[in-house]
Design a protein around this ligand. Structure first.
Ligand code: ADP
Length: 663
């Protein structure tokens, strides 16, 4: 690298010319010349040449004096000494003073060039090292600044998730904004939607009273512009001169607080005194802080919302007289248990929270209901008897993403009433059956006993029909009380496929009279075994097929289908009759319920057939339900658990006389 400046301090013009012509110019070095020591020192001090070629014996100031001055002033310019009186003492002396080389006059051009190159190489390397060190220092400083910034951001990020005191957090954010952007003031403004204004929630460097009463209209303020556009804004000193506003600041920066694309406020920093403009880097830092502020505010909003909902819910649940609880997780931990529930199970408020239900409640029926009911799906209900004779009705309802709700109802009183009613009905029915039979028999004997006219024959028929209807009703009532009293004997394994084939065959005549097609589909030749009382199950299948025939018009289609599932049998009766109105469908299995449709009302019935079916199926751990589309038909389905593998010996279905059941 040439072009370096080399100062020659020598009073011999010949030597000066020789060095310039033979060494410096051919090698593109810039010569500077001084013919005395003082001038040489001046040039050295003012122009800082890269190298000095110094003759020790110069006028005004000796070479030694010059070296001395340079050393005292800590001027580090390399020096090559040229002298005609070489002496060891002088050599040692000058080397001690930091001289790079020592050349005896006269010298060869090449000798001088070599010495210059050596000295300058060293200088160049040192320069490079110094430059590198400087750059390294700069990078280090920058790195340190970045680390500080990251540290601050990280700290704020941690506070956002851990600090629930919103005011404190927001004021920390403003503090961090000032620190990171090296600003004088900072504030956090939020939008008041009602007044369409911005108000200050946190500030630093701003007088407290000013901060509290500070309000800006969204419509005509710079901060409002940021809210409307959703874009940040940086204004420098120059901008302020241009827009000639009343702003008493030299530079400012606004960034929007955005959550779900909605701007809820503005984070701002500014400088009043120092003339320092904000950079894009400052903008990135402030944006990161604004994101934190937005998250904080959103968290606080959600938290308050959840808290107020929770309080409302707790109040409502506390006031409810029915026992209510919500359980969650694999071990059914309590997340809610109202006072009524705690009362019936004798639990204290503090022992319930987060405790597994099974560790506090020992009621077998309730535990079984919970164990048998999956977390998803429909509501399951069951009667829960207590040791003290009370009975509750519990409904277990899955709540997605939460757990399951248990709502209980004290039905002890209703159970008692129901029992009294059943006993009454059963007694009365019993007592009515015998006289009704006599009426029917005597009515049948009237015609053979003597000549009757046409009208009399019709009247007798009506008496017999009426008596038959009452008898059917009484039979149904007695059946129901028998099922509810759980007194059916002979529970065995039954081939439900075979049973369906036989019942369908029995109903062919009845269907034929209405020109209906009655088809039976059973799974395979294999027996499909379920456990139950054969007469009751036959009664269920018969009731469903009988209804389908009764309520489907002439030439209709009816199918009885038996399918086997994983662990259960699925039985269906489908028809293409008038269907059931959606409003009536939920009540179809209630006692005495009949659809009040004109067409159906004409069909004879007691309204008890389906409640008998439901009682029987549920007694054998099955489920029964109806689906229907008006004018498109109905599907009645029941499921029953398949009998255990060793329970495969079927009873002879047809050999058992139906209807004769102990009541
Ligand atoms: P009922 O003795 O009246 O037939 P059920 O309990 O068997 O009593 O049935 C209750 C009501 O359900 C019936 O009155 C009828 O309105 C309706 N229903 C039952 N099965 C059918 C069906 N397959 N199609 C249309 N409606 C039906």
């Amino acid at each position: 690298m040439a072009n370096e400046q080399i100062l020659i301090v020598d009073n011999s013009t010949r030597n000066i010319n020789f060095v310039i012509d033979s060494v410096l110019e051919p090698n593109s070095y810039q010569p500077l010349v001084a013919q005395d020591g003082k001038t040489g020192l001046n040039i050295a001090l003012n122009q800082h040449p890269d190298l000095i070629l110094l003759d020790m014996d110069v006028p005004e100031m000796t070479g030694m004096e010059m070296l001395d001055t340079l050393n005292t002033q800590n001027i580090k310019i390399p020096v090559i000494v040229m002298t005609s009186q070489g002496s060891e003492t002088l050599a040692v002396q000058v080397f001690r003073m930091g001289v790079k080389d020592y050349i005896l006059k006269p010298f060869e051009a090449s000798e001088m060039l070599n010495s210059i190159e050596r000295a300058l190489t060293e200088v160049r390397l040192r320069k490079e090292r110094d430059e590198l060190t400087e750059r390294l220092l700069e990078s280090n400083q920058e790195l340190e600044q970045r680390i500080k910034e990251l540290h601050t951001l990280f700290g704020i990020g941690k506070s956002v998730t851990s600090l629930l005191d919103q005011e404190k957090l927001l004021s920390r954010l403003v503090e961090a904004a000032i620190y990171l952007t090296n600003a004088e003031e900072g504030s956090l403004l939020l939008v008041d939607k009602k007044t369409d204004e911005l108000y200050m929630v946190a500030a630093r460097g701003i007088d407290d009273r000013v901060a509290r009463s500070f309000r800006l209209r969204v419509q005509d303020s710079l901060a409002g512009e940021v809210v409307t556009s959703g874009q940040p804004l940086i204004l420098t000193g120059e901008d302020f001169t241009k827009i000639k506003t009343a702003y008493l600041v030299r530079s400012l920066m606004y960034v929007p607080l955005t959550v779900k694309e909605r701007v809820s406020g503005v984070l701002s920093v500014n400088n009043r005194q120092q003339q320092r403009d904000f950079t894009n880097h400052d903008l990135r830092l402030l944006s990161a802080l604004a994101d934190y502020a937005a998250i904080t505010l959103e968290n606080a909003r959600l938290f308050n919302q959840a808290e107020s909902e929770r309080t409302k819910l707790a109040t409502v649940l506390g006031e409810i007289e029915e026992p209510v609880a919500v359980i969650t997780g694999q071990n059914n931990r309590f997340i809610v248990a109202n006072a009524a529930l705690r009362r019936i199970f004798g639990l204290d408020e503090d022992e319930v929270e987060e405790q597994p239900l099974a560790e506090l409640i020992y009621n077998r029926s309730l535990l079984e209901l919970i164990a048998a009911t999956p977390d998803t799906g429909a509501t399951h209900k069951s009667e829960i008897p207590f040791d003290d004779g009370r009975t509750f009705y519990a409904a277990l309802t899955p709540i997605p993403d939460v757990g399951r709700a248990i709502v209980m109802q004290d039905v002890t009183h209703f159970k008692k009433l129901d029992r009294i009613k059943s006993d009454f009905v059963s007694t009365v029915s019993h007592d009515l059956r015998a006289p009704l039979n006599s009426i029917k028999e005597y009515a049948k004997m009237i015609n053979p006993a003597g000549e009757l006219n046409e009208k009399q024959i019709i009247f007798v028929d009506r008496i017999i029909n009426g008596v038959e209807q009452i008898t059917a009703l009484i039979d149904n009532l007695l059946d129901l009380s028998a099922i509810e009293a759980d007194i059916d004997p002979d529970v065995t394994a039954i081939d439900i496929g075979q049973l369906t084939i036989e019942v369908t065959a029995d109903f062919q005549n009845q269907a034929g009279r209405k020109h209906q097609q009655l088809i039976c589909h059973t799974a395979s030749g294999q027996p499909v075994m379920v456990v139950g009382n054969v007469l009751r199950l036959k009664q269920v299948v018969s009731n469903l097929i009988d209804n389908a025939i009764k309520y489907t018009p002439e030439e209709g289609q009816i199918s009885a289908i038996v399918q086997t599932g994983d662990k259960q049998v699925v039985f269906k009766v489908e028809d293409n009759g008038p269907g059931i109105p959606p409003a009536d469908l939920p009540f179809i299995f209630d006692k005495f319920f009949r659809v009040k449709d004109k067409g159906q009302a004409e069909t004879r019935g007691t309204g008890l057939g389906l409640s008998i079916c439901k009682s029987v199926i549920e007694k054998y751990d099955g489920h029964i339900w109806a689906e229907s589309q008006p004018d498109q038909g109905s599907i009645f389905t029941f499921t029953l658990p398949l009998a255990p593998a060793d329970d495969t010996k079927p009873v002879n279905v047809s050999s058992t006389e139906s209807k004769v059941l102990p009541v």
